[in-house]
Write a protein that binds this ligand. Structure first.
Ligand SMILES: [Zn+2]
Length: 214
């Protein structure tokens, strides 16, 4: 599986293009905006887009989802249904932050913990990781040892929990009980900033390293 990170929007959100090398079919995770830049990456790699996957309902993660899905005639899968109140606010959020107008939408499939999403010959496991937002999900390829964690975890930091229905204790529990058991060798693409590994964060992250009290 090839992984291309495409920073989008003024928030430099890490939209990710995943490509199944056997079939040249692809999925886009968190197309928050700058749709033309994402389209360019899809065309440059000469891949067939099959799915849009969403980690959560924040504007910079899903503001371009409806446009991409409509353009390619593909379904939107995720996040978990508790994100509906964020997706419903897309129009006002895009206005507030000076983004191009974004419309609310209904994902074709709401995800739950333990689900699997597929494209080409690839599959990703779905983990419900609330805290930053209540219906946030994380996508994990156990075969390729890679996770797409949205705004749950960053290199050296963790997601904000000061939004409506954010919860700091839930976020810490999500990271420690859902992500850490997957293995120190997992490389993760966060919603913003550089990639890291779970092992590196367990050693050095000031919020969730082993031995740091929640
Ligand atoms: Zn967010």
């Amino acid at each position: 599986m090839k992984v291309f990170v495409i920073p989008v929007t003024p928030f430099q959100q890490n939209c990710t293009l995943l490509v199944c090398e056997a079939t040249h079919h692809a999925a886009v995770v968190d197309p928050g905006g700058d749709v033309e830049r994402i389209v360019q990456a899809i065309e440059q790699e000469k891949v067939t887009l099959e799915k849009v996957f969403l980690t959560h309902g924040h504007l910079d993660h899903c503001g371009g989802a409806k446009a991409i899905a409509a353009r390619y005639g593909v379904p939107i899968e995720g996040p978990q249904v508790d994100e509906r109140f964020w997706i419903d606010q897309l129009a006002t959020q895009s206005q507030r932050f000076g983004f191009p107008p974004a419309e609310p939408f209904e994902p074709d499939r709401w995800l739950v913990d333990g689900d699997t999403v597929r494209f080409g010959n690839e599959s990703l496991d779905v983990y419900h990781c609330p805290g930053h937002t209540p219906g946030h999900v994380v996508f994990v390829s156990s075969a390729h040892r890679i996770a797409l964690v949205g705004d749950v975890l960053f290199a050296g930091s963790i997601g904000r929990t000061d939004f409506p229905r954010g919860n700091h204790a839930d976020l810490i529990a999500s990271i420690r009980t859902k992500l850490w058991p997957l293995g120190d060798d997992i490389t993760f693409v966060p919603g913003h900033g550089p990639t890291s590994t779970f092992g590196e964060e367990r050693r050095t992250n000031p919020f969730v390293a082993d031995g740091v009290r929640a």
